[in-house]
Design a protein around this ligand. Structure first.
Ligand SMILES: [Zn+2]
Length: 60
């Protein structure tokens, strides 16, 4: 489910965009942690804001 809610991952250090891949959360060029771009249109259509806040801000 989570995968469909992510558009892509992006390195804000060099601007390179990556497809969402759980095996790679670091930029292959500069080794910076990648920022995740969520698909907010998809998220808002499937789950409420409260559910989103609970599920995505509570540590596992
Ligand atoms: Zn980078």
């Amino acid at each position: 489910m989570l995968k469909s809610l992510v558009k892509y991952m992006k390195c804000y250090n060099c601007g390179t965009e990556y497809s969402f891949d759980l095996k790679n959360f670091r930029c292959t060029k500069c080794n910076e942690p990648l920022e995740i771009e969520y698909n907010y249109e998809e998220i808002s259509g499937k789950i409420s804001r409260n559910t989103f806040a609970r599920d995505f801000t509570t540590p596992p």
